[in-house]
Design a protein around this ligand. Structure first.
Ligand SMILES: Cc1cc2nc3c(=O)[nH]c(=O)nc-3n(C[C@H](O)[C@H](O)[C@H](O)COP(=O)(O)OP(=O)(O)OC[C@H]3O[C@@H](n4cnc5c(N)ncnc54)[C@H](O)[C@@H]3O)c2cc1C
Length: 387
């Protein structure tokens, strides 16, 4: 009997699954990749794109050749509903698809609920492709304006990197501009070492970026801060963290209170054995795991192995993150802050390392288009010299 396997979303973990399918046959299966867009953006390079260091194509991975190599049919549509009991997915095209095995790597949505009143001025960072298109249009439209005010809301790594990237972008285009970062103080680089926060604050101050440690609500012409002050803004970039798509919690699939899919260490849904998930869309039932690209990437091989294991009825692997993770915070000016546990450094070397790691990730998946083995790909992109 042929079993129907669907990958929903072109998230990081599914890149590893597609590579796995391309490497070894998946007998007795029919396979699909259903995703919003043919290109998936590597968001770690987005601040560098804003700063003019990368071209758009540097951070986009074309899913079409990867799906072809993997023997999966690519369907460009949003998943808008799930019925785990009937094992069906509803698509934005109106189509319904049945599955025997489903994997979700659809990431999260930007939570813009507090900012919605800002209307057209609001620029959510996700979907990344839409963000890039709208930012480019905005720069073109505003080039003749005497001054431009951009506010970034959200003090996580993404918000800080975006504010610093925007600063470079505007410096290169406008004679007069102002960049502000708005974040509650407990949300500023939370989870990062104190020394990282200190270095980031110093960098923001040196670059003239005003940091408002407060909550903000969207208004017609800008942001109303909890302090009572009004911050005028032509553009409000929302980097306000991930929200789970609403249809997940409504589906009957086990989810946490915020609607993220509850999975165990094996990335399998805690309520439905034929559903797996990885990346920003999950909530681990066994431990707290922050939402980051690092975990989305590293979970990929485990997810690939577990989809195969489920089809063969053998035992599953667990994704156990390392105790320490290397964090690299781009500063927009070819410098970065690197931290590994309590060890923190900043400067050009840290940027070179981030640039190398990020380019390598994207390049590896480009190489997969040519069906090279991992060793051959590593050889081609020069990783073997660093291994
Ligand atoms: C500016 C910025 C910088 C960042 N920098 C870093 C960094 O340096 N290091 C780090 O570890 N993390 C970083 N992050 C966080 C990181 O980007 C996320 O944790 C990571 O992208 C999550 O990966 P994912 O695979 O879960 O989802 P995504 O990367 O969001 O991928 C989701 C995929 O699913 C598709 N999709 C979405 N919804 C649907 C739907 N309903 N139906 C079908 N397809 C759908 C999308 O098109 C996309 O292909 C950064 C984030 C931002 C915003």
């Amino acid at each position: 009997m042929t079993r129907r396997v669907i990958l929903a979303g072109g998230g990081h973990a599914h890149l590893a699954v597609l590579a796995d399918w391309a490497r070894a046959p998946m007998p007795g299966t029919q396979r699909w990749l259903v995703t919003s867009s043919r290109f998936t953006a590597y968001s770690g390079m987005l601040p560098g794109w804003l700063a003019g260091i990368y071209q758009a194509h540097d951070l986009l991975i074309d899913l079409k050749p990867l799906a072809e190599r993997a023997g999966a049919q690519l369907i460009l549509a949003d998943v808008v509903g799930l019925d785990p009991a009937r094992r069906t997915l509803s698509l934005s095209s109106g189509e319904e698809m049945g599955f025997d095995l489903l994997s979700l790597a659809i990431g999260g949505e930007t939570d813009t609920s507090a900012l919605a009143a800002s209307g057209d001025r609001l620029l959510p960072v996700r979907p990344v492709g839409a963000f890039m298109a709208r930012w480019s249009n905005l720069l073109e439209a505003k080039t003749l304006a005497p001054v431009i005010n951009v506010a970034v809301v959200g003090g996580g790594a993404a918000g800080v990197e975006l504010a610093l990237g925007v600063d470079v972008a505007l410096r290169n285009t406008f004679r007069s501009y102002r960049v502000s970062l708005v974040t509650p103080s407990d949300g500023f680089l939370s989870g990062h070492a104190a020394q990282v926060r200190k270095l980031a604050i110093m960098e923001l101050a040196d670059r003239g970026i005003a940091v408002h440690f407060t909550q903000a609500a969207g208004e017609d012409n800008g942001l109303l801060l909890a302090s009572g002050n009004f911050l005028p803004a032509d553009c409000i970039i929302a980097a306000t963290g991930s929200r789970a798509p609403r249809w997940l919690a409504q589906s009957g699939l086990a989810c946490n209170e915020q609607g993220f899919v509850a999975v165990g260490a094996d990335l399998r849904s805690t309520s439905h054995t034929e559903i797996f998930a990885a990346g920003d869309v999950i909530d681990r039932s066994d431990r707290k795991l922050e939402r980051s690209g690092v975990h989305a990437v590293k979970a990929g091989p485990v997810l690939a192995a577990n989809l195969r294991a489920t089809l063969s009825g053998i035992s599953l692997q667990q994704y156990q993150p390392r105790n320490r993770t290397l964090y690299l915070l781009a500063l927009g000016n070819r410098r970065a802050i690197a931290s590994w546990g309590g060890i923190v450094t900043s400067g050009k070397m840290a940027w070179r390392l981030k640039d190398w790691i990020d380019r390598l990730f994207v390049e590896r998946h480009r190489m997969a288009e040519f069906n090279l083995s991992r060793d051959e790909r590593d050889e081609k992109v020069g990783i073997s010299h660093f291994a």
